[in-house]
Design a protein around this ligand. Sequence first.
Ligand code: 4UW
Length: 544
Amino acid sequence: MIYDSPHPPVDLPECSVWEKVWSNPRGARDDETAVIDGPTGRKLSRTELRSYAQRLAHGFRNTARLSPGDVVCLFSPNSLYYHMIVLSTQCAGLVFSGANAAYQPAELAHQLEDSSAKLLLVHPNTLECALTATSQLGWSTCDQTSRIILAVRSDEAGPAASRFKTLDYLISDKEMQPHKVADPKNTVAYLGYSSGTSGKAKGVRTSVYNMTSVLSILAPLKTYPHDVQLAVLPLNHIYGLTKLVHWPVLFGNPVVVMPRFELDALCTYVEKYKVTFLMLVPPIALHLARDPKVDRYDVSSLRMIISGAAPLGPELEKELADRLPKCTVVQAYGLTESSPTTHVAITPKRGSIGPLLPNMRSRILDPETGKDVPQGQQGEMLLAGPNIMLGYLNRPEANEETLVKDAEGTVWLRTGDIARVDEEGWFYIMDRLKELIKVKGFQVPPAELEATLLECPYVSDCAVIGLWVENEATEYPRAYVVLSPSGKKESDPCAAIQKWMQGKVAHYKQLKGGIKLVESVPKSPSGKLLRRILRDEAKKEMED
Ligand code: 4UW
């Protein structure tokens, strides 16, 4: 059976992202604040943001000589300039690809190479990693100085300013007239990275139309002129990119930007800037629900909290709602592959991700038989709608597996999530069929960790699974390792492997779920890893 959204359909414009974002449906004034840097309090008004973005776009096209469709990679924590850089790529007809600021060189190198990025914008704090990554890719010193630009103004660049150009070099005197997009449905605007249902991180081709559509179908989630958002989530990830970069600019709501999560800083900004709206992931929700520190701050301005990117248990959701009785606490759901939001619980229903957003459809299929299951029973969730990605970049096999066309020509995205739908059409995520591990909302593909571990001299075989840690409201990766002969010689092989992993992958991919030494890892007769067996064992072990 096909589930339709209970919301009336909305009109979907065929325009550029730039036109949509600046369409200003609520009539915000030009001098209203668009972005606030939490730590320094520096601000950009809507006019400043728009004008700088157009001047940067002019520089991208005329100084950096980029052409429409070229990929610009931004490797930076959240900053005052994030919105400007993202929007300038859309003004210039370029493709934006944000890299996680915690990446280690090999992870960044993968994204740069896979996306064929022409230009790399880098925060001074992540410059060292970028230089290692680009030398691994064979960029000469000359390539580095011409293709790496510091993503800050010259007076903020520190010693690196003597070797590298900054945004000031690209910000032109002239504003670019926004690039016209002839075919929004088939023009790629963003390349996020996601492992999808299996394997390593793949480039997700998000079209102009995907982004303008998702901004339109979010209609049931109302914002008000007095709303203030807080960008604590990383803006490179599709959740932050849509909900904290594009959406607030569209509705004229200021966004306070913070470079990383820290509870005191979050509460300080909520109090100081009267933040009303928070997008969170479950581990941050846990801090807000339980940490006594929160009582030291006036967080009464909060009117809405949305949690997503990983499961939030109904008890924790209720605990947070009870602590903040004036604030509505709900969940939403999305994937990089659906640009991303598909479900929002506009009003609370504990444990539910809500009904489908307008213009979205879903099916729930039995993973064994591929047949639709009756309402109320669980199965793999498939989604169709205007925000489903064009496909993975250069991965025909993964596209064939993930995007399924039905007899009517509708393209369905296989989410790899197990869900059920209740009698009112509200959805619940029950489990994950795909191999993905979510650490505090960040993607950790087990296949990628296994490939890294197999390079370790102490490891001859391995399998990685996610271990749910209740008191932190997140999973952590755990490795099952068969030691190599040299691993067996180590007095503490687990510590030696953990040490070896440092610097190989981002901090959130480290094996915080531990390492278990085993004689062999379970495999099918064809040699495919059977991670589910280990997952079931680990689940039992945690329950005991
Ligand atoms: N409950 C359980 C959830 C949930 C969930 C996601 O890294 P990606 O590709 O993308 C995201 C996007 C999260 C998101 C987007 C838009 C939005 O409005 C919102 O609201 C809160 C959240 O995380 O990972 C996608 C995978 O993350 C899991 C699920 O397994 C999904 O396939 N996931 N949201 N509420 N699990």
